[in-house]
Design a protein around this ligand. Structure first.
Ligand code: ATP
Ligand code: MG
Length: 345
């Protein structure tokens, strides 16, 4: 019954006439799931275009989101997210300020958006051990000092994001995370008010969703074990976005997900139903959205660092000597992205 509601709503979303869901709205979202290649960065990039006065933070050492914003990113000379975090972990380093850059300066498609970003750094691969060392060093302190020191470390990214939001007069933030929990992803979870979780239509993504929920709920998890009992500031799940969805091509099937999509839709729905208290409204129907396979449009969008919203059906591009075109379902994908964006801010 309820899966039907979700599927019917997708039909209305595709046609841009779905009724808004009254979800609570938050300021800081982390885009995460503990699996690679499922669409975290692609979704972060596109959502960052659809909002204004937004700060995008790249906490993934691969730096894919940073590269979307700046083709020169891998030259590696910007002040970055690691420079913001290190002073909280290593004594003696001065704190960074005004780290965020105007995205429009390096990506022309963002030139009329008041949106900023904080670049990543390859050195974030070292952050997990630096973070654990810093946390362990608090162990020898007396209880009240220990709590203060731990809080400063765990909420370092949150403190820095809030400072950057205020310094740049911004009011929305999306944090793209890596597929690994330790390090900056962990800090992103402490910083976030709520999570956006892409899940690809495959079994590994379902496993990683279950793992994510375990980390969120298990008192012994790496995430929860450092939080004081009276400070269980656990981010809500705002939505799961099932990515790479496909639809039936059988004649007469107007709005029927294909078998694989339907199977994984049901699996995600069942997991959400079992974990209602983690959802920002407790009703799983309100928190599950579908995003189609972007096909050629996705390839052109990534190749040109151009948001999907700006692509037009029929546009073509030669990529790796192959002619790729913006497929006719691009408007459907744009409407799906816009609806998702409207449920966040
Ligand atoms: N909805 C989609 N339809 C088709 N292709 C997609 C979609 N979303 C992402 N992709 C493609 O899938 C690949 C991985 O996407 P992306 O980099 O966004 O994943 P990720 O979860 O951020 O990966 P990682 O964990 O490595 O950072 C890219 O080639 C991207 O273009
Ligand atoms: Mg990524």
């Amino acid at each position: 019954m309820s899966l039907e509601t979700i599927i019917y709503r997708q039909f209305d979303i595709a046609n841009n006439n779905a009724v808004e869901i009254e979800l609570p709205k938050y300021k800081i979202y982390a885009m995460c799931n503990l699996r690679g290649g499922i669409g975290k960065t692609t979704l972060s990039f596109n959502l960052s275009y659809l909002a204004d006065d937004l700060l995008a933070v790249d906490t993934c050492p691969q730096g894919n989101l940073s590269y979307f914003y700046d083709k020169d990113y891998y030259a590696g000379n910007q002040t970055n997210v690691k420079d913001m975090l290190l002073p909280y972990l290593v004594p003696g380093l001065g704190k960074a300020t005004r780290v965020a850059s105007f995205i429009g300066a390096t990506n022309e498609y963002f030139s009329d958006k008041n949106n900023f970003y904080i670049p990543s750094s390859e050195e974030l691969y070292l952050l997990p051990s630096q973070l654990i060392t810093a946390i362990n060093q608090t162990a020898g302190l007396q209880q009240s000092q220990k709590q203060l020191a731990l809080k400063s470390i765990l909420y370092s990214l949150e403190t820095e994001i809030k400072r950057e939001l205020s310094e740049n007069s911004l009011d929305k933030c999306i944090i793209d995370t890596s597929p690994f929990f330790a390090g900056a992803t962990q800090l992103a979870w402490y910083a976030a008010d709520a999570l956006v979780i892409p899940v690809r239509t495959d079994q590994q993504s379902i496993k990683s969703l279950e793992l994510l929920i375990n980390i969120l709920t298990n008192p012994q998890s790496e995430f929860r074990k450092y939080l004081p009992e009276n400070d269980m500031n656990v981010p809500k799940i705002q939505m799961v976005v099932l990515t790479h969805c496909g639809w039936s091509t059988v004649a007469g099937a107007r709005n029927e997900p294909n078998q694989q999509t339907k199977l994984y839709l049901k699996k995600v729905y069942d997991i959400l139903s079992k974990n209602r208290t983690l959802l920002s409204t407790r009703n799983p129907e309100n928190h599950l959205f579908m995003l189609d396979d972007f096909l050629g449009s996705g390839r052109i969008s990534s190749f040109e660092s151009k948001p999907m919203e700006l692509l037009k059906e029929g546009e073509t591009k030669v990529i790796d000597r192959l002619r790729v075109s913006v497929n006719k379902s691009v408007d459907k994908c744009k409407n799906q992205l816009k609806f998702i964006s409207n449920q966040l801010w």
